[in-house]
Design a protein around this ligand. Structure first.
Ligand SMILES: [Zn+2]
Length: 339
């Protein structure tokens, strides 16, 4: 692995490292910012043999030792951001900073004795997931564990709306809370340089997954749009996202992301208005089609995204929920239809 293909310098000594991912996103951006007492590492990546090799080969080429990393800061708990936090803490001794909600979400999903996986499977079955897809979904959920363990032990709190408790690149940062993509997601804003480390809250070219999950935000798309509108108020000259490349026009990107969700709401409403009541699974297959077949990872996110949109249509009175029994199984299945 060569520095030239994985590392970009973004002025003032900021380094962006493209940490490899084993799915279609290809990479997650980790950032190394020079700070008092060493480097601050933001979002180290998903744990995999490739990602570990990436760090083990690149850090020496950059002249950075593991012990030079003084703090690990996370925008949110998703495996592709949080996964290597514990692995890095073992090697650096550095504290991990994340929001309390994000920490709670990580432990709820992957902590000892977790019940989240079975709650998710039960909810997906109720939303129309065919029984024959359950084994693959359970396999996918179990496979995530190796991508996030060990959990970090020394975890310190970032409070949304307050100053980040770590200095990075000689600047004091504001932690901006954002919901919808992940509970307790925080973006970091530098009011002096007007730069934003935005995590996955807003992304160039692609839109972050907005998914409904059991026990989570009951209307994540509503929360997401409201969070984006708040984020848009910050005067930002350059945003450094969790995926793809840094981008300048943050408010333009926010506007087009909101339009994307409006179009998707309209498309899902149109399918149901035309075809009659449907389960979220059926709507999901119609909207995302072949991309989901045989891929439990994609199906999980596609179905969660579909439910989030149908719930929004329900909350705004455009659709209603219809409960029905599956013949022979007695398990109620939820369809959405026009009132
Ligand atoms: Zn994410």
């Amino acid at each position: 692995m060569s520095v030239s293909s994985f590392v970009t310098e973004h002025g003032n000594g900021w380094l962006r490292i493209k940490v490899p991912l084993p799915f279609s996103l290809k990479w997650v951006n980790a950032y190394l910012l020079p700070s008092d007492g060493g480097w601050t590492l933001i979002d180290p990546g998903l744990r995999s043999a490739d990602a570990e090799a990436c760090w083990q080969e690149l850090l020496p080429q950059l002249g950075i030792g593991f012990r030079d990393i003084a703090a690990i800061v996370l925008t949110h708990h998703h495996p592709d951001h949080y996964g290597l936090a514990g692995w890095f803490q073992e090697r650096t001794g550095a504290p991990v900073y994340m929001s309390e909600s994000a920490h709670r979400a990580a432990l709820r999903m992957w902590g000892e004795g977790e019940t989240f996986s079975e709650e998710l499977v039960a909810a997906f079955l109720a939303f129309g997931l065919p029984g024959e897809r359950v084994a693959a979904m359970r396999g996918h959920l179990a496979g995530v564990l190796s991508q996030v363990l060990p959990h970090p032990e020394d975890v310190r709190t970032i409070v949304p709306g307050e100053a980040l408790p770590v200095e990075m690149a000689g600047t004091n940062w504001l932690a901006i809370g954002g919901e919808g993509h992940a509970p307790g997601h925080v973006s970091f804003y530098d009011p002096r340089g007007r730069r934003m480390l935005c995590g996955d809250q807003v992304l160039p070219d692609i839109t972050p997954n907005i998914g409904w999950l059991p026990g989570g935000d009951p209307d994540p798309l509503k929360s997401y749009i409201e969070s984006l509108e708040r984020l848009s108020a910050y005067d930002t000259v350059m945003a450094f996202p969790g995926h793809r490349d840094p981008f300048a026009d943050v408010s333009g990107r926010i506007e087009s992301t909101i339009r994307h969700h409006d179009r998707r709401l309209q498309a899902m409403y149109g399918i149901i208005a035309e075809q009659g009541p449907m389960t979220p699974f059926d709507v999901c297959e119609r909207v995302f089609g072949a991309r989901l077949s045989g891929n439990a990872h994609q199906l999980r996110f596609g179905l969660a995204e579909t439910i989030a949109h149908l719930v929004r249509l329900e909350e705004t009175g455009r659709l209603v929920r219809i409960f029905s029994e599956t013949p022979g199984e007695g398990c109620p299945v939820i369809r959405f239809g026009v009132p």
